[in-house]
Ligand binder design. Structure first.
Ligand code: BV8
Length: 242
């Protein structure tokens, strides 16, 4: 625990729901959730990719195209404002957004200090030469890797059973922070769902902003319920204008 004023913010699908992106447990407009349309293990595991690469590539091509038609919402924009203004307002505190989301709405909302622990749709990973490439198009035709030419590109996404990205950076940021805030996540997927306990063990203040209580709610000092566009904007205004 430090009184650094550093803030670590964990976000999940709920922060992008009001931008029209399905969450994993509920469709954006009351439709079937992402996982109702496909069994997780059929589309988001290395085994699934080995078994039926076309199905997996089509699933991610569909989502990669879809997010490029969506816009950041007031929650994304408020968090970007906090990232810009908190250092001055807090006398040097920083803001890190650790997101489980694979869309680019935090960045298009203006945030720059964003850590995608589960990867990004707009990135393709060559499993032949281990390079990553910004990618907005499809992968189903197995296009050649821009670096080595091998038809070995896969979505740069952390699938179930794979180790999330930059775990050391996340734990280090928590160790140097004084506030942990979780926004729009059900707390169902680990290791992300365990961060609040780590934060408590480190003595951080903890706050949850979510539409409903998450599986880890009991670990938070405070929970504020409601849509992210309202709760996040209110929280940021409260912090910057107090
Ligand atoms: C790993 C990319 C080893 C893919 C994703 C311990 C116990 C049990 C199981 C495990 C365990 N440790 C590991 C596991 C296995 C597994 C796991 O957790 N399984 C679960 C299902 C039990 N974890 C893994 O396999 C991970 N890898 O463990 O490697 C290891 C261990 C330790 C340290 C290092 C390595 C890899 C997990 C990553 C998988 N990839 N995404 C893709 O996107 O296609 S996970 C994916 O699902 C998302 O990224 C996200 O993480 C998760 C979905 O959760 P949410 O984002 O929270 O979305 P959800 O729909 O669930 O909830 C939305 C919430 O928003 C709701 O609460 C709702 O109320 C709220 N909401 C809705 N609308 C709004 C709103 N809130 C505010 N405003 C609104 N408008």
């Amino acid at each position: 625990m430090t009184n650094s004023g550093n803030i670590v913010i964990l976000t999940g699908a709920g922060v992008s729901a009001e931008s029209g992106i399905d969450t994993f447990r509920a469709g954006a407009n009351g439709g079937p959730s992402l996982w109702e349309q496909h069994r997780v293990e059929d589309v988001a595991t290395p085994e699934a990719f080995a078994r039926d690469p076309e199905l997996v590539l089509r699933f991610y091509d569909m989502r990669r195209a879809a997010i490029q038609t969506k816009q950041p919402n007031a929650a994304h924009i408020a968090l970007a404002r906090l990232e810009r203004e908190w250092p001055v307002r807090s006398g040097g505190g920083s803001v890190l957004i650790v997101t489980q989301n694979v869309d680019d709405l935090h960045e298009r909302g203006g945030a720059t200090n964003v850590l995608h622990m589960h990867g990004e749709h707009l990135s393709a990973w060559c499993t032949a030469c281990d390079t990553r490439h910004r990618w907005t198009g499809a992968l189903i035709e197995r296009p050649p890797c821009p670096a080595c030419g091998a038809p070995a590109l896969r979505p740069d996404i952390v699938w179930f059973g794979e180790v999330p990205y930059r775990m050391e950076d996340i734990y280090q940021a928590l160790a140097q922070a004084s506030l942990f805030v979780s926004i729009g996540t059900s707390g169902a997927v680990y290791p992300a769902a365990g961060f609040v306990r780590t934060a408590r063990e480190l003595g951080l203040q903890t706050l949850e902003l979510n539409l409903e209580r998450s599986q880890g709610s009991a670990w938070f000092h405070e929970t504020r319920l409601g849509p992210a566009t309202a709760t996040v904007s209110g929280w940021v205004e409260g912090l910057l204008e107090r």
